[in-house]
Design a protein around this ligand. Structure first.
Ligand code: ZN
Length: 204
């Protein structure tokens, strides 16, 4: 439902909201999805921020695809996939399991875009990570699906949770498993500054 809400006219939206057929949150999310769909740069930023696209070579390749029909159809599929992944994450967080059809979709994706693994050495440690050497936009599926498979098969689901200060969900890799924010630099500081200002106001 959420993904096609953005096709509604303003009057259809207000009628739907008044009748509680969907929530304001769904409307906002649908519009955000729409903006992201129309703006490839935002998608690119997401792919970079999530660590899927890292090397300068892959970044410039991604920029060269920006206005191609293949990239447009990949982005459309990616946005729809992200909605289903979001649903799977919400289910994991509530102690349930993702639906069979999503597991099937991920399995079919892994067959079509098998991740190639490579060893990388950083700070004296060896990491086994997906090797990304894309030739076309759909090649980006393999690290995305690999990450999805990792997340869905994670035994410690209590480490998957939503940030206390924003809409981001994250996987807590800290030792204690008590991380509260997606990023200490952004949301952690925001909450701490707000708490500090509140205490100051109370004292004043
Ligand atoms: Zn956050």
């Amino acid at each position: 439902m959420t993904s096609d809400l953005y096709e509604f006219s303003v009057s259809e939206l207000s009628a739907g909201l008044a009748a509680h057929r969907f929530s304001p949150v769904e409307v906002v999310e649908a519009h955000l999805a729409r903006i992201t769909a129309l703006e490839p740069k935002l998608q690119e930023r997401w792919l970079i921020a999530s660590g899927i696209v890292g090397s300068p070579k892959t970044r410039s390749l991604m920029r060269s695809w920006r206005h191609t029909p293949e990239a447009a159809s990949f982005l459309k599929d990616l946005i729809a996939f992200r909605e289903r992944l979001r649903d799977a994450v919400l289910r994991l967080e509530s102690g349930s399991v993702p639906p069979d059809e999503f597991i099937r979709e991920v399995n079919e994706g892994l067959i079509a875009h098998p991740p190639v693994m490579a060893l990388n050495k950083r700070e004296g440690q060896i990491y086994r990570e997906p090797l990304l050497n894309p030739k076309r936009p759909t090649d980006l599926w393999s690290p995305i699906l690999d990450g999805t498979a990792d997340l869905l098969s994670e035994p410690e689901t209590h480490r998957i949770r939503q940030c206390e200060a924003c809409v981001v969900h994250f996987f807590d890799v800290s030792k204690k498993g008590s991380r509260r924010w997606c990023s200490m630099n952004i949301c952690g500081n925001k909450v701490k500054v707000a708490a500090y200002q509140r205490r100051r106001r109370e004292r004043a």
